[in-house]
Ligand binder design. Structure first.
Ligand SMILES: [Zn+2]
Length: 418
């Protein structure tokens, strides 16, 4: 039996710590309420007399805490950003080994054989990304291995130990190998930048501070139901103020570094913004419920596309220094926006004719927007994951994705992200 890695141990102990904080706060409140008036008066006097001692104690504690945090600062590879790492990379690697073993067991029945053309395509892309970026120590020291999972989820994730998991749903959602390289670059960036360790470090510190708040809430709120409500509000506030903005920041950084890795691997980086525009378009026309960005752990598809678009000139410059073959003169971004524009015009015309009662009977049942998106994806990006039975069918240049029902998830769990 192996000992649990420290980050996992903390995850297991977290609910117990919270329960202890609640019990402590609640007991303090009960004790105070039960105290006779004269004893309470005496306590007030005691606190007032020692207020400077108490303030000094608090100051020293804060100083020690600040020193502890400062000694755990670490420089992020590639970007050089300073961040807090409470758990060491080695500890996190142990956790990654456990996690990848669990995933391999979970997906054992759904893994595509290594001889499958889809597996080989992902394998080649990952090896190309790793080979062309081997000057980055975090890339060259990890043995990258690929596992393609037969599942309709549009998702992919990479663990810090170099295990790359790609779902066939994702292979159905990318239009070409360039988009795939950008998605893989993003996921590999999460791994080489130790984003999971960084996120766990932040939530560790936030959780410790939160224990003090939980104790205070349960001690100060007049009743249990109010304390429960206060605790819930505190959780939501911390999520919106710390966890979600931090997660969005890491996603934006992975987009930036992923584009950098893909550019060095000679991908057509201009395909990056198109991928996010495709997803945005699909959301719009299918009316998929999308959370406002501030409620979400990921930036919105539109913002991701916009942010990536701004990084393209720099990525193209980098690509030019890497002895890559010249890019095709036609920009995929221009093709995409032209196709969307033309099809929207066509749909508008059909809509006007439809109002005059001259439209074809079959278009009555098809919302114009849906038809537009189907056409755009079929013609400009060669992906069709919006047809009636939602079978992803990539026509070219990817081998046909053998997906079943396609759902749009691009989700994030504690260890995986898109
Ligand atoms: Zn991500």
């Amino acid at each position: 039996m192996r000992a649990l890695p420290a980050p996992l141990l903390w995850m297991v102990l977290k609910p117990l710590q919270k329960l202890l904080a609640i019990l402590l706060g609640r007991s303090l409140r009960k004790w105070w309420v039960a105290l006779p008036d004269n004893r309470r008066q005496l306590m007030h006097v005691w606190f007032r007399r020692r207020r400077w001692h108490l303030a000094a104690g608090l100051g020293v504690t804060l100083l020690i805490l600040a020193l502890l945090l400062l000694t755990h600062l670490d420089e992020s590879p590639v970007t050089g950003r300073l961040r807090l790492l409470v758990f060491s990379r080695e500890k996190y690697m142990e956790l990654a080994v456990l996690t990848s073993e669990a995933h391999l067991e979970e997906f054992a029945e759904q893994l595509l054989p290594v001889t499958d053309p889809l597996h080989q395509m992902v394998e080649q892309s990952v090896q190309l990304l790793a080979q062309r970026n081997k000057d980055i120590p975090e890339v060259s020291k990890v043995p990258w291995s690929v596992h393609v999972v037969e599942s309709s989820q549009i998702n992919a994730f990479v663990l810090p130990n170099g295990k790359v998991f790609v779902f066939t749903g994702m292979l159905g959602a990318v239009a070409d190998v360039d988009q795939l390289m950008i998605v893989l670059g993003h996921e590999m960036a999460h791994a080489i930048l130790d984003h999971s360790a960084e996120q766990a470090s932040l939530s560790h510190v936030v959780d410790l501070l939160s224990l003090i708040l939980v104790t205070a809430i349960w001690a100060l709120c007049p009743g249990d139901s109010l304390a429960l409500l206060g605790g819930w509000a505190k959780d939501k506030l911390m999520e919106l103020m710390f966890n979600h903005p931090y997660s969005r920041k890491l996603e934006a950084e992975a987009d930036q570094v992923g584009l950098h890795l893909a550019a060095k691997a000679c991908a057509d980086v201009r395909a990056g913004p198109v991928f996010w525009q495709q997803l945005d378009l699909v959301d719009q026309v299918t009316g998929s419920p999308t959370l406002p960005e501030w409620l979400s752990t990921h930036p919105s598809h539109r913002n991701r596309s916009g942010q990536m678009d701004r990084l393209i000139p720099q990525a193209l410059e980098l690509r030019e220094t890497c002895a890559c073959p010249a890019l095709p003169p036609i920009d995929p971004r221009a093709v995409f926006s032209k196709t969307v524009h033309e099809l929207l015009e066509k749909a508008k015309e059909q809509g006007v004719r439809g109002l005059e009662g001259t439209h074809e009977p079959q278009s009555v049942s098809t919302p114009a927007g849906l038809a537009v998106s189907q056409n755009v994806l079929a013609s400009s990006s060669k992906v069709d994951w919006l047809n009636k039975d939602r079978v992803p069918a990539v026509t070219s240049p990817l081998p046909a994705a053998a997906g079943k029902e396609s759902q749009h998830v691009l989700q994030n769990t504690s260890q995986q992200g898109s």
